[in-house]
Design a protein around this ligand. Structure first.
Ligand code: SAH
Length: 352
């Protein structure tokens, strides 16, 4: 466990009382010095987890084609903002941009913006995307409002904190992290006013005010400038009870109270809640559809076959296994979902 973060949490809890799960997630991931994303590159075999763009170039290439189609449908604006939320190593953006090189006018029109809080990952992105002169933002507030936007977020919303409520015999209580002797422990405190559906005793229900606020703020920008957002994440179509907070440390699931600040902490995305937040802001919502269905609708199998013809045996094998991992329902194909949020009623996004 990261000693400094542990110490910080101990003092914080001693002074202010137990943390709700949202505060705990926000600190474990985002504490300015000791948070998980602030101090390391978490991806790949040596890291804690692997994401779709790191699995295969097919993912970013297909999303590049998707973005180009949107740009064409909106009348090929001479300037537009391509914003990626939580770009990780910059691989998805690099693959999208490589795949769109041949599209006349696209690269002249695009300006690249990256929403990222991690100094370590910003450096990786700067190197990866040096040819494209990206602009970084820590919040949506500084994203320019002078051109239509195409926004992409892969495994971004799952990193934003959730709060958890547990149904007890007396009603809903909020789950918190406190300390007992030398250990961090889960506990419960009386829930403030909160509206939750009926559920049996013992049920856990998650809400994600930080995600809702993010989507609402993004919708404001999209409404003012025109544009679309595409979110890809693991999660469920319909709001439901269940404890989905999970910690991954070196590709193994651990308790969220172990390896605090050294393990990735995420929670499944409630796409119904995201969709409702966007609809309330006047957006048109597409999906969610399963990632496998979305990528196949966009021709990922044909793209893989085309690349295989030019590949040697080991590359062909890699393309095939990448395709399988991205699309098969035993792998990422069904657990991951895709949702589109749109302003502008002439656009018919592909893939849904
Ligand atoms: N999209 C990438 C990375 C996913 S991991 C991929 O698919 O490989 C989550 C990313 O979101 C990381 O880049 C992390 O640093 C960033 N991130 C997490 N919380 C954030 C926040 N509150 N604001 C901006 N970026 C955040």
């Amino acid at each position: 466990m990261a000693k400094e973060l542990e110490e910080y949490l101990r003092v914080h809890i001693a002074q202010h009382g137990p943390l709700d799960i949202g505060q705990f997630m926000a600190l474990a991931l985002g504490h300015p010095q000791h948070g998980y994303y602030m101090k390391q590159d978490p991806f790949g075999a040596d890291g804690d987890f692997t994401t779709a763009p790191e699995i295969s170039q097919l993912f970013g290439e297909i999303l590049g084609a998707w973005g180009a189609d949107i740009w064409m449908q909106t009348g090929q604006p001479a300037a537009f903002t391509l914003l990626e939320c939580g770009p990780g190593r910059g691989t998805l953006m690099a693959d999208m941009l490589r795949a769109t090189h041949q599209i006349p006018g696209f690269h002249e029109a695009v300006s690249i913006h990256l929403l990222e809080t991690s100094p370590v990952l910003k450096e990786v992105q700067a190197e990866r995307l040096a040819d494209y002169e990206p602009h970084w933002h820590e919040t949506l507030e500084s994203v320019p409002g002078d051109a239509p936007l195409i926004v992409i977020g892969n495994e971004f919303l799952d990193a934003l904190p959730v709060r958890q409520f547990v149904r007890t015999a007396e009603g809903w209580a909020e789950r918190v992290v406190g300390q007992e002797d030398d250990s961090f422990v889960f506990g419960l405190k009386a829930a403030g006013p909160v509206e939750l559906p009926e559920a049996p005793e013992g049920a856990v229900y998650e809400i994600a005010p930080a995600r809702t606020a993010f989507v609402e703020n993004l919708c404001k920008i999209l409404e003012q400038n025109g544009g679309v957002a595409l979110f890809i994440d693991y999660g469920h179509d319909r709001s439901a009870s269940g404890d989905t907070v999970q910690a991954l440390y070196k590709h193994e699931y651990v308790s969220p109270l172990e390896h605090i600040g050294d393990a990735d902490l995420t929670a499944h995305v409630d796409f119904q809640a995201i969709g409702e937040a966007a609809t309330h802001k006047g957006a048109e919502v597409f999906g969610p559809v399963e990632q496998g269905v979305f990528l196949k609708n966009l021709g990922i199998e044909q793209r893989a076959q085309y690349l295989r013809q030019k590949a040697d045996d080991s590359q062909a094998e890699e393309l095939q296994s990448g395709l399988h991992r991205l699309t098969h329902s035993d792998q990422m194909g069904a657990l991951f979902k895709v949702m589109g949020v749109f302003y502008g009623d002439t656009i018919r996004p592909a893939g849904f």
